[in-house]
Design a protein around this ligand. Structure first.
Ligand SMILES: Nc1ncnc2c1ncn2[C@@H]1O[C@H](COP(=O)(O)OP(=O)(O)OP(=O)(O)O)[C@@H](O)[C@H]1O
Length: 739
């Protein structure tokens, strides 16, 4: 192999490639191998209109139609592109990039020469047809063509002619021609060119040769088209001129024309199809654009919805929290509502009870005028304070039985005034006198001089005296329940008074029983007359029985030195336990608790009182224990809890036992309760100057009608003044309560 190292390395090596790919492949391999580092460009001379095509098919001189020519031309162009694609494909496989130079020229050698000249080609590799290399005639002719090439290449191009993969001539250039190592021949550049040459020789005998010659002239003077791109275009005008020469050939080729027509039609269809497909593609593109647009909108919407969802979730969380708190609130409200309902129920009951008490109080407080007795009257009533008439003595002085205005009274002789003036004493007494209730000891009057208070006398003594008895005269359970109800009633009244009155010294000795065993509390308000504490009272009483007195005192009072309504409740609880059990005070609460825990109430009940109804008695026992709670807050309410149990219990007792029934007054009212004029029980008894008591309205009417005499004696009255008969009034009131 000759060296090519001397060649300029930056120049492009042009490889002339023919129509036969298989044969030219070797040429490419050699070039790539030899000029591996050099840029390569494929040079192909395309024969847009070759007479060989027609002569091969024995075409006559008939001129082909324009569309046939066009079809043929297009077919040729297509074939060229396919051919070049094959070469590029081969190079691609070898990983070699190459340019393509396509020359349109009927004469291949001339085309190559023009390419050399126009593109300043300096390096050219050409193939030598192996199958023709053995023909000496051809070699000669081909050598001439090579010379033409060389001449037309302005003597400046290095040309390698390759035969069967080997160079047959190392160089053909303008300076000199190197000797061929293997075969000193120029290869045939194009077999079709050779065919054209043959045609040109034969044309002298053929009448159509003129046309061909004309065509050849025209070809020589015509446009030599050379293009650097694959998009070479056929010059139609040139073709038309040349087509006159070959008209006779085409005329005979009806078959080709028909094929061309079919091809054109098929192509048209294909083009239409392409247009349709393009339209479809465009439509699809439009659709895709729309879909993309919609997709974008959907994505935007999705993003918005996502945000909304997130916000909604936050809102949901907030609302859930609010619902939870609202439910909690609702629950607490319901609890409060239930509590308020209970409180309301209790309040209604309390109001009802208080109303009853108020009504009773209103009836009793009829023109309360508290009579002031003189010391003489007190002395007379008590037979000069006869010791035998003394019924007891407490810390606030001695109590005497007396007879005042034909009524049995109890007169309490209080100790000296101390710093208190008579006026102050009188004022306090008057206040106390207004506090009246059926279950409070009724004050009848007072004596400022002797500092004594006059009360109604209750001939059944105190509860204390009855509890200690264990004989046949022991109080039956019905009376005990009634007494408890009376005490409760009195306490409710006192506590509801404005201002609240606390007894503060409640014990069985302060519970007095009238002839009908109605219990009345004594000593109400007495401490206020002395401004002394319970302690001193306890101390005084302690002289007699300190422990017993202490048993009724509220434990909280002993700590705080402050009396509360609940202090009375505590004392009441102890009395209740005594009523139920009749037991001594010591261990009383403990025993009852124990009995209830063991569900053995009978073991502590006082059966000298008879057969207690167990259910209600147990209720009462439980209440009594609660009253004795050390903490006042745990003690039951007098109205809503204690009274609500005692009141129905007492009603049952009144209806049930013959004992109580026998105590009820069945006889008509005492005659002195009746007004002598109208013969009815008096509501407002007034004493006239004749010493008789009349109904106020009746006697006033008598006097106003001009009478000045007594309705009873018919004697002239000394005066017409009327004095209220409180004692009788109270007696009537009591009697009325019992019926
Ligand atoms: N109106 C009355 N009717 C009948 N007896 C009464 C009357 N008032 C008081 N007594 C009797 O007089 C006694 C003395 O009562 P008083 O209230 O003065 O003292 P006390 O209650 O025994 O002790 P203290 O007042 O020191 O606590 C009572 O036990 C009671 O039996």
């Amino acid at each position: 192999m000759g060296s090519v190292g001397a060649a300029a390395m930056d120049d492009t090596v042009y490889v002339a490639v023919g129509n036969n790919v298989n044969k030219t492949k070797q040429l490419l391999y050699w070039t790539i191998h030899t000029f591996s580092a050099r840029p390569i460009c494929l040079l192909h001379v395309h024969q847009p209109y070759s007479t060989n095509s027609f002569t091969d098919r024995n075409l006559s001189a008939i001129e082909p139609s324009d569309h046939a020519i066009k079809a043929f031309q297009e077919q040729g162009s297509k074939q060229v592109h396919e051919l070049l694609d094959q070469y590029i494909f081969i190079l691609k496989k070898l990983k070699v990039k190459a340019k393509v130079l396509l020359i349109d020229k009927d004469d291949i050698e001339k085309g190559i020469a023009e390419a050399i000249a126009q593109h300043n080609i300096r390096w050219l590799v050409m193939g030598e047809a192996a199958d023709k290399s053995n023909s000496g005639e051809l070699v000669e002719q081909e050598s001439e063509k090579a010379i033409i090439v060389r001449e037309q290449a302005f003597l400046s191009c290095n040309i390698w002619l390759i035969c069967k993969g080997e160079p047959t001539r190392t160089r053909v250039d303008g300076e000199h021609t190197s000797e061929v190592e293997t075969a000193p021949q120029l290869s045939v550049l194009n077999s079709k060119t050779e065919a054209i040459q043959s045609e040109m020789i034969n044309s002298e005998l053929n009448p159509n040769a003129l046309k061909y010659s004309d065509s050849g002239d025209t070809e020589e003077t015509g446009n030599v088209s050379s293009q650097c791109s694959l998009q070479s275009k056929w010059s139609l005008s040139s073709f038309v001129r040349r087509s006159k020469l070959t008209d006779f050939l085409f005329h005979e080729d009806k078959e080709l024309e028909s094929l061309c027509a079919k091809e054109i039609s098929r192509r048209k269809e294909v083009e239409e199809q392409i247009v349709r497909v393009k339209q479809q593609v465009q439509e699809m593109k439009n659709q895709q654009d729309e879909i993309m647009h919609e997709l974008q909108m959907v994505q935007d919407r999705k993003s918005t919805l996502k945000n909304q969802l997130s916000e909604s979730q936050c809102t949901v969380t907030e609302l859930e929290e609010k619902i939870i708190s609202a439910v909690d609130l609702l629950i607490s409200f319901r609890e409060k509502r239930d509590m308020l309902r209970i409180e309301h129920k209790n309040a209604v009951r309390k109001v009802k009870v208080l109303k009853e008490f108020r009504e009773a109080d209103t009836r009793l407080s009829y023109r309360v005028e508290f009579p002031a007795f003189s010391f003489i009257e007190i002395n007379e009533a008590t037979n000069d304070l006869d010791p035998s008439w003394k019924i007891g003595e407490g810390r606030y002085g001695s109590v005497y039985k007396g007879l005042l205005c034909n009524m049995h009274v109890a007169i309490k002789m209080l100790p000296s005034y101390g710093s208190q003036s008579q006026l102050e004493f009188q004022h306090q007494v008057e206040i106390l006198s207004r506090v009246r209730h059926p279950n409070l000891l009724t004050p009848i009057g007072s004596c400022v001089e002797s500092r004594s208070l006059v009360y109604e006398y209750l001939n059944n003594g105190s509860l204390e005296s009855h509890l200690v008895r264990k004989d046949k005269t022991s109080l039956p359970w019905q009376i005990r329940v009634s007494i408890a109800a009376n005490i409760c009633s009195a306490l409710i009244f006192l506590h509801c008074n404005d201002p609240c009155i606390i007894h503060g010294n409640l014990k069985p000795s302060k519970v007095l029983l009238d002839a009908n065993f109605v219990a009345k509390l004594s000593d109400v308000g007495i401490p206020s007359l002395f401004q002394c504490s319970v302690d001193s009272a306890v101390t005084t009483t302690a002289c007699r029985n300190k422990n017993e007195s202490m048993a009724y005192v509220d434990p909280e009072y002993l700590v705080t030195s402050k009396l509360t309504p609940e202090s009375d409740v505590y004392s009441f609880g102890v009395i209740l336990l005594q009523l139920l059990t009749g037991r001594p005070l010591f261990g009383l609460v403990r025993d009852m608790k124990c009995a209830l825990e063991k569900d053995n109430l009978k073991s502590v009940l006082d059966f000298s009182a008879g057969e207690w109804p167990l259910y209600q008695t147990k209720q009462l026992a439980c209440l009594a224990l609660r009253c004795c709670e050390k903490t006042w807050l745990n003690r039951p309410d007098l109205v809503s809890e204690i009274w609500s149990v005692l009141e129905p219990f007492r009603t049952t007792c009144i209806n049930m036992p013959p004992y109580l029934a026998s105590k009820k007054p069945h006889h008509p009212p005492p005659p002195h309760f009746l007004c002598p004029i109208v013969q009815e029980v008096m509501e407002e008894p007034y004493i006239a100057a004749d010493g008789y008591t009349y109904e106020a309205e009746a006697i006033k009417e008598w006097l106003n009608s001009g009478h000045n005499t007594s309705p009873m004696t018919n004697l002239k009255l000394e005066h017409t003044d009327l004095v209220p008969n409180y004692v009788l009034h109270n007696a009537i009131q009591e009697w009325q309560q019992l019926i």
